[in-house]
Design a binder for this molecule. Sequence first.
Ligand code: IPT
Length: 993
Amino acid sequence: MVLSRRTFSALAGTAALGLSLSGSGSDVACAAGRTVLAPTGPAPAPPSADGRPHTVGFDRYSMIVDGRRLVIWSGEFHPFRLPSPSLWRDVLQKMRAHGYNTVSIYVAWNYHSPAPGQHDFTGVRDLGLFLRTAAETGLYVILRPGPYINAEVDAGGFPGWLTAAPGVARTSDPAYLRHADQWLTAVDRIVSRHQYTDGGGTVLLYQLENEYDNHVAEPAGRDYMAHLYAKVRADGIDVPLFHNDKGRNGHWAPGTFDTGGERGRYLYGFDGYPSPFKTPPDWGYFGPGGPKGGSTASPDTPGFIPEFGGGWFDPWGGAEFGGLGYAESRRTRDAAYERRFYLTNLANGITVHNVYMTFGGTSWGWLPAPIVYTSYDYGAAIDEARQPTDKLVPMRQIGRLLQSVPDLAKLDPAGPPPGDTTEPGPGIKAYHLVNPDTEARFLVLRNDTPSEAVAAVTLGGTRAEVPVPGLDARLLASGIALGRRKLSWSTAQPMLWLAAGRQDVAVFTGRAGESTRTCLEATDEPKVTVLDGEAAHGYADGVLSVDTVLGGITRVRVEGGGTAAPLLLLFADDESSRLLWRHDTPSGPVLVRGPALLRTAVVRGTTAHLTGDTADAADLEVWGPRGISELVWNQGALPSRVTASGSLLAGRRLAGAGRVRLPALTGWRRAEGNPESAPGHDDTAWRVTDRTASYSVTAVPDGQPVLFADDYGFHYGDVWYRGHFADADGADSVSLSYVAGTQGLLMAWLDGEPLGTHRMPVPDAKTVRKGTWTATATFPVRPRKGRAHVLSVLVRPMQHDEDGRADDTHKAARGLTAAAFTGAAPAVRWRIQGAAAPDPVRGPLNTGGLHGERHGWHLPGFADGGWQPVAFPRNERRQGVTWYRTGFRLAVDSGLDASIGLTLTDDPARAYRVQIFLNGWNMGQYINDVGPQHTFVLPNGVLRTRGRNTLALAVLSDGTTPAGPGRVELTLLGRAAGGVPVTPVPSPGPAGA
Ligand code: IPT
């Protein structure tokens, strides 16, 4: 056979350059390594709520669950960023299928708590349902309920009402702890029923606080952490607890604060978001790593990264990614980035690994912190529209490897073997690791240069050249079990093995076009059959070698050679490996080839029942437990036959996904929505701003009443003020000071006439996290003599700051702070109006204080028949709020999972913004002249894919330019035949409608 330029080559006779994977000296190709077998046997079953007691422990190497080592390969997913509980199952099934064994979640206090002491876990906030779904999916859960979470959410997860409460948050201040305890009581009441320790669920680890790095040395901090520890234990949480140190600082390592004398049930973890443009850092687990660096701060606990960057967030304006949005986050943290950084983590002894984010989702409603826009796609491996991306390929390859090769759970650095130098080649960094019990060895080869480099390594005594593409990495193994045989070594990366009936199946992967050599121990010469593709093989000195170039799937069967069970070797390039699905069933593992996704698999009698997705027409081929003779796919039986590979192949291809037709959005109706600006508007029911003191960190300006919205109970969305005054003769300007988030704005009217609009400046990447976002807008005025006047002011506050540094910045004021005139000094009596009582179904973050929101204009069933019919694009210049409504019907075939978005486009010079309501759910904010987001994901469940939907758009325009909307259309973001059953998310209309 013809091998490519990258042909594996023996370098006998040249100077030994490189690292050795097992064995010594000999130049014989495929010399045998030592014969200590790696731990074999079936991989542990995925966890479930089995009602049985389980032990959850750890040592310095890894977690130990029920006495077995477990590498945690976790992805972060926030249930509150996907307000459709049916779709939680979709994302979780995708995670499991792609090799994750754990999901890490934040629980956001603000999402659940509309008022002090009130905690709502119903509907889209049903934490118990999420935990049940995770357990049913077979995933462990890392639970992170704060009380503080950061997470780019409003006030870092603190409820709005806490911004106006006494007590220094994130400290041992009793006024704060009283509230924090109530929250934890409510969360723990649910979580304690879903712990893996008693089989109630699959919660395995529980985080206290979040990246808490101020007050580390102070009693206020230490007592706070000790309090949280004791509180959570008292609530019946008995899984190991941990904290995520903001960096490798050693903060909150075991023994640094009081854990009630308890030892051994608390772990140390640190977060890492290294730049993808720099060399991946070594975390110091295996070395000194700085004074207190990395896991060396905690020598008795495993290497643990509770958050490792899987993408990054983008601020309003899109400065982080040059205006290109999350596609650019995904491009700069692509599959090669994942191999390079995550394999480095494994090579550093990290065995508890969580990627933040794995599904980012949507910061819908008023959930986002001021720095981020609605989409929290993050450039994650599963995109906001629930579509799998290329980033899942390495995640699955590594996740399955960790599952199949338990040796990886206990690694020591092996150092350069005697006689070899440490440098495997220019540009290549090598990590050489050994499992001290099994002597399985691993090499992580990382290329830190942009072009391909070749590592010269000694494998089983043979020197080989192994290509590593630019800015990429690979893992080589030697001495691991492959079912009932033993791998001597391979230049391809092992992905998985399983016992499928009589035969073992092993999969190796790599980049397409790479030449590979794979060597297996065999006491005598085995019979080798190349079933598909091209491969060469040879046998010498007790070792079988198989050479192949990666492309499609090459199939090689090995029989005899001292082992009774045949072994099927599958060599798959990346593209082909994405169609190979392992699923562990109670009857044993199955391996499925063909569909775009395998969701579930069970074997009943002789039938394998499978569910999953296809995009295009696909094969269905199944290796599984002995005796399977029938295939059922998504409830439909398929004819099948046994293949030479020992699999069952469906007699016809699975159908691909059908077409999705999206209607044009027409039939719009319009109404103006700022009656509050009219002089005669009745505000007698509004709240008088009579407070004189505030718990805010913003000082109340001298001579002003407290005008801060939070002090009057208005925490989310827009607020209106009406200031009444007389005696303004001679006034020539009014200055209105306000505080808001980055995209905040203020609009003012005097006696019904627009004074103008002030907007906070668009920040750049550097200022976005630093600004205080206070501003004073000065408008010229000429009030008519002797009359009573009213100043109407609309403030869009754009959410509370996060409190990342634990200095109460979530209590920075929002809304108006002061008003001052020149030319006169009238006394102003202010009234304020904000959001009505929280929507009991959609939650407190759904609506603000616009007139339309207060009167249900955003809701389905609202009677808009009297509104003016209009067509888009609009071209209207006015300062104020304008609402548009329409309805549309969808008729997506059942059995088709269509992911649909709403896309708005217009001339970017036009100054207006749109709040988007779908069936009353606030799906986010579009700012036409800021961006960068144009497409808003409409999650199925909230979106009726078979039935009628209502769209309402609340447009704020400042009158300086004509305003849209321009084009508003439904867009298809993905489709698959399959999906999960979707229960409609309740979307009530106006009371009495
Ligand atoms: C770390 C937080 O723990 C997490 O909540 C989120 O904000 C994440 O970063 C960024 O998306 S904070 C750390 C990067 C300083």
